[in-house]
Design a protein around this ligand. Sequence first.
Ligand SMILES: [Zn+2]
Length: 86
Amino acid sequence: MAKTQMIGISNDFHAAASSARAKVLRDGRLYLSQGQVARIRRELCGLDGCTCGGELGERGRQGYEITPDYDTRLGGLRGAYLTARV
Ligand SMILES: [Zn+2]
């Protein structure tokens, strides 16, 4: 079974927080699926047209460096990589 790790992301504009069980990749980075990213976005902001946060709806200081994983062929977001800040 794949290793997972609970992560927390927050939005200090809407005073919202969300968490998910990220997959731990071989190189140590964490990965959130497209579905997890969509749910986190919904929980942190969820307002159409709101530009308060980043790709995950995050805003303010996070414990992770967030790198969106764009599908270069089909376009759109298919997930996100997270790297714990040191
Ligand atoms: Zn918002």
